[in-house]
Design a protein. Structure first.
Ligand code: AMP
Ligand code: GLY
Length: 421
């Protein structure tokens, strides 16, 4: 088979690394890819949201399956476009991808189908948003740009004054452009967060193993939120909580989408808060998580490609459920100085040659580039060091030992990934 992976982050490096191992693969490309994907696939210089460019390439090379990593092309309708040209493309179509593309749609879907989430209120008029805040008791509240804002559209506010500023950022200053023309205010929930990603063709539902992301930039969940600083998987869940997650959230979400004529094919990511009241949906994504994918794929023993193919064809029921390595995987992200704020790209990275990668340890490239022969930083999240171990302590030890071999000016990472587990 000829396969094209779309995207350029750590998630796509992990996807290419895993798909490369499939005996079914004859050729593998990544668009646009990064220096990590270049080691396992042929990079082709087409941007992930250049839908026509991707289509042309897929037609020209007669690609059998295109696998979309990030949300942007899915929300733009890349799957619909490929379908019109009789090409197989993995991921939800535009209507189904709206579950990530519109937070207000996702919230209302939950309300209509009694899927547990925080209380919420949506506004698109600044005066109404202000008046809502003026009339509520002061206290923590979450403000979200409804549309796609590259992971930056969420403000967890301590009080109404902060929330007013965040709402004005969206509705008046248009900080997120079109993505912020509607804001969603959400009840502030507390508890432990869980990422649960499900593979589904709209009929068969295959939950992947639960993972815990760490969103805040500093140890102890301090500092501003990021795209994800590290992940541990699996996460031990109380049997009652695990059952509630499936019966109250995963199955009802797929059913709700079907009921509303949005058959979902792809990875459906539910970001959950495990509250004392039970699990609550914080957000949905229409794709794999980054960095959740890296440790999940290190643990996946089954061939990924048949699963992707069967999902895209709507035949997931034909396959055995995936087999997981029972060991623990820990992923720690090394970031550029300043991230998640301003950072300077182009900083040389040293020491990757000192890391002995293998079945139990992979360094996935997230934001790197080649300058001449040298590897340099090219993003906020630079490398995702991912390791397996017999238990969390062993996986942590392996990941952090590798991180200590790597250096670049400004590099920082959390030292407590997996500690809670
Ligand atoms: P989201 O992109 O919607 O998952 O939001 C990013 C992060 O903000 C989440 O991972 C949580 O840490 C936090 N967050 C989002 N919504 C809420 C909420 N309703 N209550 C508390 N924290 C939240
Ligand atoms: N790691 C969170 C996300 O992929 O959205």
């Amino acid at each position: 088979m000829k396969v094209l992976v779309v995207g350029s982050g750590g998630r796509e490096h992990a996807l290419c690394w895993k798909i490369r191992q499939s005996p079914l693969v004859q050729r593998l490309w990544c668009a646009p890819g990064n220096p990590g994907t270049a080691a396992v696939a042929d990079n082709v210089d087409i941007a992930a949201d250049d839908l026509q460019g991707l289509l042309r390439f897929a037609q020209q090379e007669r690609i059998d399956l295109t696998v979309i990593g990030p949300e942007a092309p899915l929300c733009l309708g890349v799957v619909d476009l490929f379908q019109q040209h009789k090409l197989l493309c993995f991921g939800p179509d535009k209507l189904a991808a709206e579950i990530e593309g519109s937070k207000s749609f996702a919230r209302e879907l939950c309300r209509r189908h009694r899927i547990p989430g925080p209380n919420f209120w949506t506004y698109d008029h600044p005066a109404q948003a202000r008046s809502f805040l003026d009339n509520r008791e002061d206290g923590p509240i979450v403000v979200k740009a409804s549309g796609l804002a590259g992971g930056k559209g969420v403000a967890v506010c301590k009080n109404n004054a902060e929330a007013k500023a965040a709402a004005a950022d969206c509705l008046e200053k248009r900080r997120f452009g079109e993505a912020g023309t509607t804001v969603v205010f959400e009840e502030f929930l507390t508890g432990r967060e869980l990422s649960l990603i499900t593979l589904t063709d709209g009929q068969t539902i295959v939950p992947l193993e639960p993972a815990e992301d760490h969103k805040a930039v500093f140890d102890g969940d301090k500092g501003p939120n990021t795209g994800g600083m590290g992940v541990v998987t699996p996460v031990p869940l109380m049997p009652r909580m695990a059952a509630q997650v499936e019966s109250q959230i995963v199955f009802p979400t797929v059913h709700a989408l079907n009921r509303e004529g949005r058959r979902y094919r792809g990875f459906l990511y539910a970001g959950l808060m495990l509250t004392t009241q039970g699990p609550r949906v914080l957000e949905y994504n229409c794709r794999l998580g980054d960095p959740e994918t890296q440790p999940l794929l290190l643990r996946l023993r089954s061939d990924l490609l048949p699963l992707l193919l069967a999902t895209a064809e709507g035949k997931l029921a034909d396959l055995e459920a995936p087999v997981w390595d029972p060991r623990v995987a820990v992923c720690v992200v090394a970031c550029s100085g300043g991230y998640p704020g301003e950072f300077k790209p182009g900083v040389p990275i040293f020491g990757l040659d000192r890391v002995a990668a293998g079945e139990d340890l992979q360094v996935f490239h997230a934001g790197t580039a080649r300058r001449g022969g040298d590897l340099v930083t090219a993003g906020g999240r630079v490398l995702a060091v991912t390791a397996l171990g017999a238990d969390v302590a062993a996986a942590r030890a392996r990941a952090y030992a590798a991180l200590r071999q790597i250096e670049f000016v400004g590099m920082h990472y959390r030292s407590d990934i997996g500690q809670r587990a």
